[in-house]
Design a binder for this molecule. Structure first.
Ligand SMILES: *Cc1c(COP(=O)(O)O)cnc(C)c1O
Length: 237
């Protein structure tokens, strides 16, 4: 068994345990393997172990990996763009990815909709919420969610699937849970108004238990699967 395969099994077990503790089924929680900075060979190991959904933060790097596996005829993979998105890179995301988690303004959502090729299903999008209200992070405040959701839901070539957040790092479980709960409340409210909404993308290696307890349906896990990241050879912004 490869190390990545072992790590994946461990993470899956943690997800199951966390779900069980709060009376949820582990099938309600999708594991997104965050593979940024990792080589295609690492993803191939995860694929061999049964992993299908991958999250990438850098457009160019993500597209290279998507093409790598497409050229080798590997089917059934699901690609999620989870990094900050600049307008000039939106076309590559619209043309190659299945999901974009980081929609935080109408302009980007409109571009993604306009640029989504006709032969592909609508791009699945999540609205990113700046839940910890940090100046440096992207995402909108919850107070702006209703207005943006109403606009995004009107776009023809994107489908509003839910919300995403990257809470500020916080070691204390109770405080992780409190923040995650705020997201879950907003998510449930959105879900009651839009039938297409079914995804709350919340929880990383260090806070996934609290996120699952609060109601996350998709955890984004990098380090616990692929090990620590090395950014030194990483030049793309
Ligand atoms: C890198 C990253 C992750 C994964 O973080 P880990 O702590 O390595 O699990 C999840 N979500 C986003 C948006 C990221 O950029």
């Amino acid at each position: 068994m490869s190390e990545i395969e072992r790590n994946l099994a461990q993470v899956q077990q943690k997800i199951s345990a966390a779900a069980q503790r709060c009376g949820r089924s582990s099938e309600e929680v999708t594991l997104l393997a965050v593979s940024k900075t990792k080589p295609a060979s690492a993803l191939a190991e995860a694929i061999a172990a049964g992993q299908r959904a991958f999250g990438e933060n850098y457009v160019q790097e993500g597209v290279e990996k998507i093409l790598h596996f497409r050229q080798r005829g590997v089917e059934g993979l699901q690609w999620h763009f989870i990094g900050p998105l600049q307008s000039n890179k939106s076309r590559l995301v619209a043309e190659h990815f299945d999901w974009c988690h980081t929609v935080d303004r109408l302009r980007i959502a409109s571009r993604l909709s306009d640029q989504r090729p006709d032969n592909l299903p609508p791009l699945n999008v999540l609205i990113q919420i700046n839940i910890s209200d940090e100046q440096s992070k992207s995402g909108i405040p919850l107070s702006e969610l209703d207005a943006l959701a109403a606009q995004v839901s009107q776009l023809p070539r994107v489908q509003l699937r839910g919300l995403m957040a990257i809470p500020a790092p916080e070691p204390d479980y109770e405080r992780q849970f409190a923040v995650a709960r705020q997201m879950a409340v907003a998510f449930n409210e959105l879900k009651s108004r839009y039938p297409s909404v079914d995804t709350l993308s919340l929880g990383m290696t260090d806070d996934m238990e609290a996120a699952i307890a609060a109601g996350s349906t998709m955890v984004r896990i990098g380090t616990a699967i692929f090990g620590a990241r090395d950014y030194t050879r990483h030049t793309e912004q």
